[in-house]
Structure formats: C-alpha cells, structure tokens
Design a binder for this molecule. Structure first.
Ligand code: TYD
Length: 213
C-alpha cells in the first residue's frame, strides 16, 4: 500500500498552515486517513533540531551548515512520521519540505544547488506526489507572518529577519521550481479570500488519482 504525499510551500506568511488545516478537514470528511505534519519538525528529534534553526540570530549558521541541519531534521521526520504513514496508505499533508531547502538555503542564502540536490538524493530520496506552491506578494506575506509570530509571543523569526529582498528571492525561486517541474508542482495564486485559495488547491489536487473528487 502506498499513500499520497502532498507538500505546502511558499514564502513566510503565504497562508500555508491555514490552507493545510482546511484541506485536512475536507479530506477527513471524505473518510480519508490524513496525517498533518510540518518541517522543520514533525517528529520529536526533528522538533529539537527545529529550535536550532528557527530561533536566534540570522547569521548563526552558514548556508551549508543550515542545509545539513534541515536535511538531518528531514531524515528523522521521514523515518518516524512520513514513511510509516505513507506505508499504511494515508494522505500526508506536510507544511514545507525539500523545495523550501532549494529556495531558502540555495537561492536565498547561497548554498550551492548541487550540494542541496546531492544531499537530498543521498539522504531523503523521495519527492512529494504534489507540491502546492502558494504564491503571494512577499511584502504582504511578511507583514502577516511577523504579526502572527508577535501575537504568539514566539521567537521563531530567524528567517523573517533576513528581510524583504530575501523573501523576494524566495518567491522567484519557488516560481522557478514550479516552472521547471510542472508535473510534481502546482503554482497556486494565494492572494484573495481563503475560500478562493482553497478552491484553487482543490482544482490542483484533481490531478492526483487518490484525491480526485
Ligand atoms: P515554518 O514553520 O513553515 O515557518 P512559517 O510558518 O513562517 O512559514 O518554517 C520555519 C522557517 O524555516 C521558515 O522561515 C522557512 C525555514 N525553512 C528553511 O529555510 N528551509 C527548509 O528546508 C525548511 C523546511 C524551512
């Protein structure tokens, strides 16, 4: 048995987390076994690594060290959470995955794309069946993300602190990934009302046999 692996990607504050939760509810209503998870994190060890990555000063890790830490967290998450769920036939909805490393660590921070791709190939070796790339103006998204983080009282602002130009590079990188791999990526216009974005996501999911309405 093999489940369905769907990831949500995009700049900080693009609305991935809200859309993921709503999609999970829609799919559960249809009787599907759905696992909601996130990166970095999604398993106890990976959540410990998460703290090292999302808190603290922007310059605390080099782009290369950061790539290794994200990959270590991803390996743990795959072993403990994603692979077992897919093996039992579940739908796994994951908030960020390898396309975030391609965008943030390679395009954003300047790690070589060859390093990112080689590590992925060697250590992870699996792509999502569909990556939903939520595309939105980074200026509006950054304001939303920072406001939400402040409301939570949280210190998970390390990547937001790289600033607007960084977020613009990320958006371009995500769009380039979607254009280069149209068979496994869907670029979703994430502007406008939540219900409109949800409808665009449903339309994109129709291409996955297991999730087609
Ligand atoms: P996330 O919790 O999704 O933050 P947000 O809700 O603000 O989008 O992810 C935390 C941060 O980690 C986010 O700023 C993006 C970054 N990140 C990377 O830089 N590389 C990666 O491979 C992943 C998975 C996340």
């Amino acid at each position: 048995m093999s489940g369905t692996f769907v990831t949500f990607e995009g700049v900080d504050g693009a609305g991935k987390t809200t859309q993921l939760r709503k999609l999970a509810a829609r799919l559960r209503k249809r009787g599907l076994d759905v696992v909601e998870t996130r990166e970095p994190g999604g398993a106890p060890g990976a959540e410990e690594i998460r703290r090292l990555l999302v808190e603290g000063a922007p310059g605390r890790w080099s782009a290369e060290t950061e790539t290794l830490l994200f990959t270590a967290a991803r390996r743990d998450h795959m072993e403990r959470t994603v692979a077992p769920a897919l093996a039992r036939g579940a739908v796994v909805l994951c908030d960020r995955f390898a396309d975030s490393t391609r965008a943030y660590q390679a395009a954003g921070r300047g790690a070589s794309r060859a390093l990112v791709d080689a590590l992925h190939e060697l250590v992870i070796g699996r792509e999502p069946d569909l990556a939903l790339i939520l595309d939105v103006d980074p200026e509006a998204a950054l304001a939303r993300g920072t406001a939400r983080e402040a409301a939570k009282g949280g210190g998970e602002t390390r990547f937001e602190a790289f600033g607007l130009d960084f977020q613009r590079r990320l958006r371009d990188a995500f769009r380039a990934i979607a254009a280069a791999e149209p068979q496994r990526c869907a670029l979703i216009d994430a502007s406008g009302a939540e219900t409109a974005v949800a409808a665009r996501i449903d339309a994109a999911l129709a291409r996955l046999p297991a999730l087609a309405p």
